[in-house]
Design a protein around this ligand. Structure first.
Ligand code: FAD
Length: 410
């Protein structure tokens, strides 16, 4: 981007809303723009389309810094679109600016005994826009479902600079095309999500976590599946021995199962869980909350390859065995984040195992030396790819939205 264009964008946005990239942003963009509202965002899109200025909406750039091989001209931060727009506790819906963090959203909902049961790691750093853009989730997916099940309305600014709405602010609405599903997991390649409306749920009155330790991977999964068959768990996590949490024990696989409900429900579940699995420990109250945050936020070790695997839950042990991986598995949902050493062949081996288990694997982070050798996304079938290319061309004819960062290099 030449200096004239930068100056024009600076004029458009007003003082203080165009700045140099900081930290992870430096790998993502040459400059960061922080539009104050929808009008500015729309104007900005028109100028960027006209001048073919490439852009990427950003959250904390933890994913983007791995995904982008070279910086876009400008990152769009939604810092100034980060409010709770409306919260209707009786209707159990909330509308927010996409720049709000999940931490701030949970704090606002928690005052009314409610929450959005979508729980990716590190909610204080995760914006709603990035959660939707990268289709993130966490332990509660087992009992609650994924973000697709909670997003009832979305607004985004894309081609032409106009704000487009899909869905609405009420749980039941007839809304034509399902734009929500298109935007979830679009990685900023179709437009910039500016607002999202979710249905929310009551927080469980009581939360408890059952913990058990296992000598090998198969035993840990077998115990997990036994619990899953016996009880309606909130979540079911299995962590490999190398991951650091306050509950970890040297050399043992950790199984952490969540239970929730009223006091009577949880007492019943604890009783059942003790009957199902001998030697299981149960944490409650603040300790259980602390342990839950630890399994939700656990960091994978800094290995050459980090990937997310999604397969049929029962197939997960066979995908993980034999690869010498460190992992955190949402065992009941069939999703795991795995870290391992090796090169392109090791990644291909995991992808083959995932495909055989009727699933897929996507890269979360790679050693820079491997960047050109391993694709971030699985390659879809030719017909699907054609459809995706047409969708991209319709939403982004100028090719300015996070180019090259999606399936098949779209
Ligand atoms: C080591 C590692 C471990 C991870 N572990 C997990 C895990 O356990 N569970 C899990 O769910 N995920 C995991 N992820 C992936 C997860 O998606 C990201 O780490 C992260 O939370 C998203 O990155 P971010 O919040 O920094 O957002 P960014 O990287 O800034 O953005 C993420 C994507 O969303 C897009 N985006 C941001 N804002 C908007 C918007 N307003 N409109 C449209 N698109 C937007 C961006 O363009 C980008 O493509 C992991 C990633 C890494 C690198």
């Amino acid at each position: 981007m030449n200096r004239d264009v930068q100056a024009e964008l600076g004029e458009l946005l007003g003082p203080g809303r165009i700045r140099q990239p900081r930290g992870f942003e430096q790998a993502v963009a040459r400059v960061v723009l922080e539009p104050a509202g929808l009008d500015e965002m729309g104007e900005l899109m028109r100028v960027c389309e006209r001048d073919r200025i490439t852009i990427a909406p950003i959250g904390a750039c933890r994913t983007l810094r791995h995904l982008r091989t070279h910086p876009v001209d400008a990152a769009i931060s939604l810092n100034h679109l980060a409010d709770v727009i409306s919260h209707e506790p009786d209707d159990m819906t909330v509308a927010v600016g996409a720049g709000i963090t999940l931490g701030a959203l949970e704090a606002a909902l928690g005052r009314h005994g409610q929450h959005l049961p979508v729980d990716p790691p590190l909610p204080e750093q995760t914006t709603v826009g990035a959660m939707l853009g990268a289709a993130q989730g966490g332990p509660l997916r087992l009992s609650a479902g994924s973000v697709r099940d909670f997003l009832i309305g979305v607004q985004f600014v894309g081609h032409g600079g106009s704000a487009v709405r899909g869905g609405g602010r009420v749980v039941k609405n007839v809304a034509g095309y399902d734009l929500m599903k298109v935007m979830i997991g679009s990685f900023g390649t179709l437009g910039i999500i500016t607002e999202a409306t979710f249905k929310v749920t009551p927080l469980p009155e009581v939360y408890a976590m059952a913990l058990s330790y296992h000598a090998n991977l198969n035993d840990a999964f077998e115990a997990g599946f036994q619990l899953h068959d016996a009880l309606p768990l909130l979540h079911l996590e299995i962590l490999s021995p190398g991951l650091r949490t306050p509950m970890a024990r040297d050399g043992r696989y950790l199984l952490a199962a969540g239970m929730g409900g009223n006091r009577k429900d949880v007492d019943y579940q604890i009783d059942q869980i003790r009957r199902t699995l001998a030697g299981i420990a149960v944490a409650e109250g603040e300790e259980a909350q602390r342990f839950y945050s630890a399994v939700r936020d656990v960091e994978l070790p800094a290995a050459a390859i980090r990937m997310q695997l999604s397969v049929m839950p029962r197939e997960m042990p066979s995908c993980l065995n034999g690869l010498a991986v460190q992992f955190r598995a949402h065992a009941g949902s069939g999703v795991a984040q795995v870290a391992f050493e090796g090169g392109a062949e090791a990644a291909a081996q995991l992808r083959r195992a995932a495909a055989q288990a009727r699933g897929h694997a996507r890269v979360l982070a790679l050693d820079p030396a491997l960047r050109g050798a391993i694709a971030f996304f699985d390659q879809p079938a030719a017909g699907v790819m054609k459809l995706m290319a047409r969708l991209k061309a319709a939403f982004d004819p100028a090719g300015i939205f996070n180019p090259g960062c999606f399936v098949g290099g779209l």
